[in-house]
Design a protein around this ligand. Sequence first.
Ligand code: GAR
Length: 188
Amino acid sequence: MKRIAIFASGSGSNAENIIMHFNRDEVAKVVIILSENRDAFVLERARKLNVPSHLFTMDELNDGGVLMVLKAYDVDFIVLAGFLKLFPKSIIDIYHQKIVNIHPALLPKFGGKGMYGSRVHNAVIESREKESGITIHFVNQNYDDGDIIFQAKCKVLENDTPEILAQRIHALEYEYYPEIIVKLIEAL
Ligand code: GAR
């Protein structure tokens, strides 16, 4: 059974969905949730779901402290789920092609620094796009830039608000992110 670490900065609804998936699926289990944000609701979700969590500083992310935590928990695979900071080269090199991120739009459009959550949906609506979707990709040292693994699309409707579009995108994320993680882990 492979061991997954999830990094999240905010609400953590994807983190919860992935934890629940791997409570049923014996391919892997989520062994730790990590966050740089002490107010992140994902920490509350982790407590309720009995998954250990670790709050870290940006110094710890970059100077090897977080890597030590990943080693201590014997982590095989890393999932970013609403994690908003850049990952350091030291961790990317060790977990080569074993770190994935999900982005709430069809990359390479609407990605990059500062493009997260409702800002992405705002930009999609303001550009009058007819469709949006999700992108699951490997993580490299730039924002939203690694090799694309999977995309799924949905419509953007005339009267969509960022909140309504976010709901449609979240539904796609819940449907596909665990499934793609399973495929990647089975191929390790
Ligand atoms: C998700 O929609 C995810 O795609 C997005 O943040 C949201 C987190 O929601 N990630 C990014 O925008 C990364 N650039 P959650 O905390 O409820 O899972």
